[in-house]
Ligand binder design. Sequence first.
Ligand code: NAD
Length: 442
Amino acid sequence: MKKITIIGTGYVGLVGGAGISDFGHQVTCADIDENKINLLNNGKIPIYEPGLHELVEKNMEAGRLAFTTDLKKAVEVSEVIFIAVGTPISDNGEAELKYVKSAAITIGENMKSYKVICTKSTVPVGTGYWITDLIRSSSKNNIPFDYVSNPEFLREGSAVKDFIWPDRVVIGASTKKSFEILKEVYEPLYRNKRSIMHTSIVTSEMIKYAANAFLALKISYINEVANLCEIVGADVYEVSKAMGQDGRISPKFLHPGPGFGGSCFPKDTEAFASLFRKNGLKLRTIEAAIETNVHQKLRMVEKLKKLVGDTLKNKTIAVLGLSFKPNTDDVRESSSIILIENILSGGGNVQAYDPIANNAMMDFFPNINYFEKWEDACEGADCAVIMTEWNEFRAISLKILKLKLRTPIVLDTRNIINVKKLKEDNFQFDNIGNVGLHENEN
Ligand code: NAD
């Protein structure tokens, strides 16, 4: 059993902390956000993530998981310290490292014995050297430590499962001792024969960006293919299904939609491209993927306008789904934000509904109307736009939808509504890439 501290109790820190305590270790999750820590100490979970509540509760009850704002003590008590603070995008496109800097200095100032200091936050390639220097220069008594990079690959919405059952764990460690200690932290994963890779620190940092950028590239690629499908009359669902059956391609991340969002892909692609520029190179593929994504989000606005008569002025639009993907309350960089902004600037009104993310979106749009049921959000609206593929929208009753809407118009940006039924119920509709174009012919 190891004593472990996680600095930063957000999506990664909280899921990671709960997961590592479930492996049998003694974990302290520390954060500067008092509200968040108070909530957690009162048995409440500040984010929505399936299975997280149960995991936190179980390990708190077992006495293996604790939450604190006392960072000094949290650093002192543990042998392994994870940094899991945010690295949002800064004005120049690079990753903002001020939270990482502050965490590193806190660690350096407060460590009194040997530590393994391990970064889970996504940081630009080479940041490990900088963090190591920060810790060393802020440590008064030259306390020995090893620095490790251990990027996190969990996906919001399935974060608990991803953490406990990862495809791989990457450990960028420059000493055998620190690698062995991290191996002990992840011991149950070894037993479950998960792939654990030992790399250099810089390679580990590179793996995270290269993986995320590639996934973003796949999404932008299929979105562009979908756009051409719409012009030439092909069905992108059939195209991507056939493409995905090629083992070299794989069917994952080949679903066209309203553009990628979330707290990772947008900022990680920008930061990766910026890193190439800094090194005298150009990451043309990813720069194109970023540009495509900006266009894809605006394309949803154009599709909507076309459906409702070329203007959004005085139109009421039901926006169904606010989070950037289902099973999360995270709305950061969600395509819904661009859509809502454009509806409002075009003189329209928004009636919004999300099963989980209404509150989160209120920070961005405090003055639009939010509803507790999709049926209420659609009442009297000129069009319903599906923005997130929540399961409840897959099963939406078109009969009720038609009764609620002022005009039976649907924009399905996630391709989850059965086109045949939309046609049968005489909806005017659009989706991404002509999905279901041939439904009536089969
Ligand atoms: P988040 O914004 O949800 O949480 C960050 C937390 O760090 C916040 O609670 C904040 O209060 C805290 N914090 C900031 N400065 C601090 C300090 N000095 N000391 C203590 N706490 C501090 O962020 P997140 O989504 O969990 O992401 C964390 C990192 O993990 C980022 O680098 C992100 O790119 C990476 N990542 C995120 C995901 C994801 O799906 N969210 C997946 C993989 C990797």
